[in-house]
Design a protein. Structure first.
Lengths: 68, 274
């Protein structure tokens, strides 16, 4: 199926959960990312239960703690 | 407040702007902005806010200038190595613009002092270098209802958002709590492009000025991300989270907390989460 990840159209496996998508996209440190699907921020504990659908807009938003 | 002839000349490029004018410049001169961290983000923010004639600038930082800071912390010069950052930044601000009153806070902002330090300011800029400090400032801004520009940088990427407590989404709406210790690389492993800090710090200063003047649209309810390598800016909208542990309907963060944390210090090979 085709979804957008951070604005880029991307082909991913059908029927993925958010947790599965993080694995498929080889996100190295999933604990460092917040996930938004179609404008809604997901709770981390819902990653495994939330299914991604064709056409969804997914945002991986990474923690950035630097500043000095 | 009436502008002097010298001020009319100094700020002429502001005054000529329809959205600012003499009245707007007077607002800036009467305004108080707190910059927490006189580092990569805080340096450019402080320099531009000083030049812009923001009348009171608070600088909070407990550290001294280190040689490894100078690659990006442009408010500090080579001769300042070893001196307190608040003193170095203060001297530079006064040199740029004697209209600006500098308040030096030579302390680490933490749970015990954050409310007192933030209380008297109109806008707060987060230029800190750790998750603990960023969450603390977000929480302190909420409890004191102070507008905040949050930002973070890493390697070639940066992000920022503006928070109007009670009116727009906060940092915890997006990131509920700090990441687990050890989940992130240390500063010495990660690194940061010096000029990236300048780009993001200047965007924070822009938000402060817009808020003080009441012009334009603030970067609220959205995270702006910037990738220096691809030169791509993206504004990712998000909404206030009803389940936010701080500003949601059933908050679990009801007071300032958090242990004081080590500053990010390359020379000591720190493992802080920056």
């Amino acid at each position: 199926m085709k979804i957008t990840i951070n604005g880029d159209a991307t082909e991913v496996s059908d029927g993925l959960t958010v947790a599965g998508l993080l694995v498929e996209r080889k996100v190295k440190m999933p604990e460092m990312v917040s996930v938004e699907v179609n404008g809604e921020i997901l709770k981390r504990e819902d990653f495994s239960a939330t299914t991604i659908n064709d056409g969804d807009a997914v945002e991986f938003l990474y923690f950035m703690g630097g500043g000095a | 407040m009436n502008l002097t002839d010298e001020q009319v000349e100094r700020y002429s490029r502001h005054i000529i702007l329809e959205q600012i004018g003499a009245a707007g410049q007077e607002k800036l001169l009467a305004a108080k902005v707190l910059i927490v961290g006189a580092g990569g983000l805080g340096s450019p923010a402080a320099l531009y806010l000083a030049a812009a004639g923001v009348g009171t600038l608070g600088i909070a930082d407990a550290d001294a200038v280190d040689l490894s800071n100078l690659q990006r912390q442009v408010i500090h010069h080579t001769a300042d190595v070893g001196t307190a950052k608040v003193a170095s930044a203060g001297a530079r601000i006064r040199s740029i613009n004697p209209d600006v009153r500098v308040r030096e806070h030579p302390v680490r902002v933490q749970a015990s002092n954050a409310r007192d330090i933030l209380r008297d300011y109109d806008f707060v800029i987060d230029g800190t270098d750790s998750f603990a400090s960023k969450f603390l400032l977000n929480d302190a801004a909420w409890f004191t209802r102070k507008p905040l520009s949050h930002a973070g940088i890493l390697r070639f990427e940066g992000q920022l958002m503006t928070i109007l407590p009670g009116k727009s989404a906060c940092y915890r709406c997006l990131f509920r709590e700090p990441p687990p210790q050890g989940a992130v690389p240390s500063c010495s492993q990660a690194g940061v492009l010096g000029v990236l800090a300048g780009v993001i710090g200047c965007l924070q200063a822009t938000e402060a000025i817009k808020h003080l003047l009441g012009i334009g649209q603030l970067l609220t309810d959205a995270l702006l991300t910037y990738d220096a390598l691809t030169m791509r800016f993206r504004k990712v909208p998000f909404r206030r989270n009803l389940e936010c542990p701080l500003c949601g309907e059933n908050p679990t963060v009801t007071e300032l907390a958090g242990a004081p944390e080590q500053a990010c210090d390359l020379s000591k090979g720190c493992n802080c989460a920056c």
